[in-house]
Design a protein around this ligand. Sequence first.
Ligand SMILES: [Zn+2]
Length: 404
Amino acid sequence: MATERLYQKDVYLREADLTVTEVREYKGKMQVACESTIFFPEGGGQLCDLGTLGGVAISDVKEDKETGTVWHTVADASGFEPGRTVKAVLDWQRRFDHMQMHCGEHILSGRFHELFGVENHGFHMGEDYMTIDMLAKDGSPITDEQILQAELAANEVIWRNVPVVTTWFDTAEEALSMPVRKEIKFGEDISVVTVGSVDAPLDCCACCGTHPSTTGQVGLVTVLKAENYKGMTRMTIKAGRPAFEEARTRSKIASQLAQKYSCEVITLLDREAANDAKNDEVRRELSELKSALSKQEEEKLREALPKAEGSLAVFRYPLMSADDLQSMARKAEDIFTKPSALFSEKDKTVVLATPGTPAAGQLVKDYAGMYGGKGGGSKTLARAIFSKKADAELFMDLIEKHLR
Ligand SMILES: [Zn+2]
């Protein structure tokens, strides 16, 4: 039996006494249907209402499209039986969020259409945000400037506080007598939502969702993000309370950053640019210092290597990274007349350089694994990376013994 939708007559109805008509178990869940309902079932891109029925929490509300029955899913249906009257209480904050968001989307899409001939080709509504997929008639990309203009124009429609009126039609043909912005795809029981007057609407489109009676109640609509999506522009938008909460969160983050940098929110980007410039300078200085250090160490190595004893010349570096050691070794390749180990203590990595015989890469391959090391390289230059300094020392001892 088709359920009477009380929210269509009065979208502000938060409570009602409903008469139970059917109780069923469906796909493992208990569901209750009543003669009428105040709960909007999921549909038209809008999430379902929640609340309580007979004091029991509702976890889902869905419509059976064939029969028109609205089914309320409850955890425990033992208190329900046909004929019994139960009190329905709507989760009003959730519903009003949805009303604000849905209506905000209509107003914004209407402005994009009016100002730039941009059409809405897809709509998704999450718990507290929405996305719309927008495409200009000639396929040209939507610019940031157009987004700013449409967003401002949409908020101006909100500030004018014009009526939002829903009109029902039996067939699509009848509904098409309205100046709808989008074609109507379904056949019967069409609801058309008009923003402003029907003669000169600020938006008009078919929608089965719930909307406030005036645009002022939407409060605010914002475009948070725009990105390319399958050749269209996908915009993430928020309206009403979710838009306000988003603004508050962003404002708080901006204030905290401004406090951290001892500046005003408005000058944050300038401060950020100044920081970037400073970082670039520090990076340049660091690179110069590293290159000077590397040159010094290379000179020391040239002097020390011929005097080194044992079959493996070991040099320890507490500060230099494995990358720096490897690039130094590559530049000074000619000096490694005997197998040498340059040990980056901070990276726990041994850079092995040889004249080619024995092959450095092969030594790493053969012996690093014994102490949990990884790595490899060419005949003359290789690296072995360890998780403990002691393992790297054991590895160098072993190579020394092997080469004796
Ligand atoms: Zn709507």
